[in-house]
Ligand binder design. Structure first.
Ligand SMILES: [Zn+2]
Length: 212
C-alpha cells in the first residue's frame, strides 16, 4: 500500500470512529467555524498546532509558512489575518517559532535567489538587526536565539498592521502572544506576555527595542 493509499484508509477509519462517538460531529462543524485562535507557525512537519495544544478540530485558524514569518508585503498573510480578525472575530493570535528550525538555520548559513532564500531574507533582516548579540553566541545558541528574535519580530509586524490596530481601537478582543516550541521536549515557552491593546504593544516594542 502506498503512503497516500494508507492516508485515505486512515481517513475513512477516522471519520467512521468520529461518527460512532459523536453522530452530530460533522453536521455541527459543517454549519460554521468559530475558532478561538489564529495560529501563525512554521510549515515544519513536527509543529502541527492542534496536537501541540490539544484543541479540537474547529478551534484553530491556521497560517503556516517556512520560519513562521508574518510578512507585511505578503498577500497570503494579510488575507488570513483580515479574515480571522474582521470576519471570524478570532480573539487570540499565537505566533509560534521553534528551535531546530530549518528556515532559521538556512538564514544563518546561506543566501541566494531561489524562492526559499528570498522568503527567509525576512529572517536575515532580523539577524542583521541583532547581529552583535547573535555573533557573540556559539552556533547552536545563535540558532535558538534567532528563532526567538524572529518570533518577536513577527509579533511586531503583526501588531504594526492596520487590521490589528483597528480591531483594538474599536474595542475588539484580540490577544497576541509569541511562543517558541522546543522539539526536544514538546513544550511551548511564552516569549513575553500577551499583547491585548495599543498600550500593551507600546510597552512590548519599547522592551524589545523596536520602533512601532
Ligand atoms: Zn521551522
Amino acid at each position: 500500500m502506498t503512503t497516500i493509499q494508507k492516508m485515505l484508509e486512515n481517513n475513512r477509519r477516522w471519520a467512521r470512529e468520529i461518527r460512532q462517538d459523536d453522530p452530530d460531529f460533522f453536521r455541527r462543524l459543517a454549519r460554521a467555524q468559530n475558532p478561538e485562535v489564529l495560529w501563525i507557525g512554521c510549515s515544519d512537519s513536527r509543529v502541527g498546532p492542534e496536537r501541540l495544544v490539544s484543541l479540537p478540530m474547529g478551534s484553530i485558524f491556521v497560517h503556516r509558512n517556512i520560519a513562521n514569518v508574518f510578512a507585511l508585503n505578503d498577500l497570503n498573510c494579510l488575507a488570513v489575518l483580515e479574515y480571522a480578525v474582521d470576519e471570524l472575530k478570532v480573539p487570540n493570535v499565537i505566533v509560534c517559532g521553534h528551535y531546530g528550525c530549518g528556515g532559521i538555520q538556512a538564514a544563518l548559513e546561506h543566501s541566494g535567489i531561489q524562492p526559499v532564500d528570498l522568503w527567509i531574507d525576512q529572517v536575515r533582516m532580523v539577524f542583521q538587526k541583532h547581529r552583535e548579540e547573535l555573533l557573540a553566541l556559539d552556533r547552536e545558541a545563535c540558532s535558538r536565539r534567532l528563532a526567538e528574535l524572529n518570533v518577536y519580530a513577527q509579533v511586531h509586524n503583526l501588531c504594526s498592521n492596520t487590521i490589528v490596530r483597528e480591531a483594538w481601537k474599536r474595542g475588539q478582543e484580540l490577544n497576541i502572544l509569541g511562543v517558541i516550541y522546543d522539539i526536544h521536549d514538546g513544550l511551548l515557552k511564552p516569549l513575553g506576555s500577551e499583547i491585548r491593546s495599543l498600550e500593551d504593544w507600546q510597552a512590548f516594542h519599547e522592551k524589545i527595542g523596536l520602533q512601532p
